[in-house]
Ligand binder design. Structure first.
Ligand code: HEC
Length: 154
């Protein structure tokens, strides 16, 4: 009896380690290879879609100028080089939409709203955006062009 009680005790101590060392060996190369192929294929698809998304933006001259202005004045770093939104809301399709703002109301995104958003960024804050949009030094002519650009981002 007393002899029997020892072996199980040591078996219990060594047991937790056994499956850990055993596990990696059970993943065979035959199982890993298809998984790697899948990941590689996914990356390829992502890469190709990123390239084919380049600029098929058909913009009027005024809007194209607005895009240049937005991209040259740092707007693009937050709103995206195609206005697609990065750390700031997208401009795509917002024109004449109802924009939810802080406080529960919504505002019609007409030219006045866009002008106000650019000249006085804190006037209305798009709901749920905590990042503060900085002030900028765009002239009214610049802003008109940027608004023309935003209007054409459908
Ligand atoms: C540091 C990041 C940042 C930069 C740079 C920036 N913005 Fe913004 N912008 C924001 C954020 C965040 C919001 C949403 C919160 C708010 O309403 O202030 C916003 C909101 C706006 C809106 C309202 C969008 C909507 O969906 O209603 C317009 C228009 C706009 N920005 C234009 C511009 C223009 C033009 C520039 C360049 C002169 C610019 N922004 C630069 C962060 C930025």
């Amino acid at each position: 009896m007393t002899v029997m009680s020892k072996p199980p005790a040591t078996a219990c101590v060594s047991r937790p380690f056994a499956p850990r060392f055993g596990a990696p060996a059970s993943i065979s190369p035959a199982a890993v290879f298809p998984a790697l192929l899948f990941v590689a294929f996914g990356m390829l698809v992502l890469l190709m879609s990123a390239c084919s998304n380049e600029p098929p933006l058909a913009l009027s001259p005024a809007a194209a100028e607005g895009r240049e202005i937005a991209n040259a004045n740092g707007c693009a770093s937050c709103h995206g080089k195609d206005g697609q939104g990065v750390t700031a809301p997208s401009w795509q399709g917002i024109y004449l939409e109802q924009i939810p703002i802080d406080g529960g109301a919504t505002v019609l995104a007409d030219e006045d709203y866009l002008y106000r958003s650019i000249t006085d960024p804190q006037a209305e804050i798009v709901r749920d955006w905590t990042l503060k949009m900085p002030k900028n030094s765009l002239t009214d002519v610049d802003i008109d062009a940027v608004i023309a650009y935003i209007k054409e981002l459908r």
